[in-house]
Design a protein around this ligand. Structure first.
Ligand code: ADP
Ligand code: MG
Length: 262
């Protein structure tokens, strides 16, 4: 299995001229699970979007290297081909494109021309993944995310992750909108991918609960667009017990969001 390293160095990102990320430095290697925790509005999704190359998020300085290659110089599709994957907090609906067709195109977009996955093999893999995620088989024939419940959208993101087999995955709040049963199914699927591959993962969440199911190796807290604390699972446990207030007191700040002070 290949070893991959994603190095984020002093990353500054602006949205509509306002600086949201103010110097994020983080390295994720194959086999490592990093959790980024933080209250709402602290820049978590902005980090995910900048990694994947969303055009609204302007990187003003810093770098993101995947195995030494500058990701910031790659187009969005090149980033996916290079092995990066994002499970989005708010997956978009695409009318007219079935989930199945979307998945197959995504897989083929990452393969060389002439080496496309056969329809038979694709269906076999997709059916296996649908079973594992306890997703109704009919969903594959519905338009992507259209009319899906919050929980179905999240399962569909993990379905993609499973089939695309990325080197490094960013999971943005995959726990939001999931009831406890769905959370367990989604977490089990992620843990299975973790066992069977050497994927590296950045798990974004604002609740500690998810981390009871997917245990991170490292935990980072983000506030005001910066990583303000890093540690192991004990840090997540303290956040579960005491919330985020004590960190704000330690930092001497009142507002943890990127807020108006940017
Ligand atoms: P989190 O995911 O931690 O809740 P976000 O990264 O989504 O936080 O947002 C951080 C800040 O950036 C917020 O103040 C938010 O309003 C702003 N922001 C993020 N994305 C956009 C956008 N596309 N347009 C305008 N403002 C944005
Ligand atoms: Mg977010």
């Amino acid at each position: 299995m290949s070893t991959n390293t994603l190095e984020i160095k002093d990353l500054h990102v602006s949205v509509e001229g306002k600086e949201i990320l103010k110097g994020i430095t983080l390295t994720i290697k194959s086999g490592e699970f990093h959790a980024i925790m933080g209250p709402n509005g602290t820049g978590k999704s902005t980090l995910a979007s900048a990694i994947m190359g969303h055009p609204s998020y302007e990187v003003t300085s810093g770098s993101i290297l995947l195995n030494g290659e500058e990701v910031l110089e790659m187009e969005v599709d090149e980033r996916a081909r290079a092995g990066l994957f994002l499970a989005m907090q708010y997956p978009s609906e695409i009318s007219g494109v079935t989930t199945s067709d979307f998945l197959r195109s995504s897989i083929n977009a990452r393969r060389e021309e002439g080496d496309e996955i056969s329809l038979m093999k694709f269906i076999k893999e997709m059916d296996g993944a649908l079973d594992e995620l306890e997703i109704d088989k009919n969903m594959a024939q519905r338009y992507l995310n259209e009319g899906f419940s919050g929980g179905e959208k999240k399962r569909n993101e993990i379905l993609q992750m499973k089939l695309l087999n990325p080197a490094i995955a960013v999971l943005d709040e995959i726990d939001s909108g999931l009831d406890i049963d769905a959370l367990r199914i989604v977490s089990d699927a992620v843990n299975k991918i973790r066992e069977e591959s050497n994927i590296g993962c950045l798990i974004i969440t604002h609740y500690q609960r998810l981390l009871n199911y997917i245990e991170p190796d490292y935990v980072h807290v983000i506030m005001q667009g910066r990583i303000v604390k890093s540690g192991g699972v004990e840090l997540a446990e303290r956040l579960e017990k005491d919330g985020y207030e004590w960190i704000k007191e330690e930092l001497g700040i009142e507002d943890e969001t990127v807020g108006q002070n940017a």
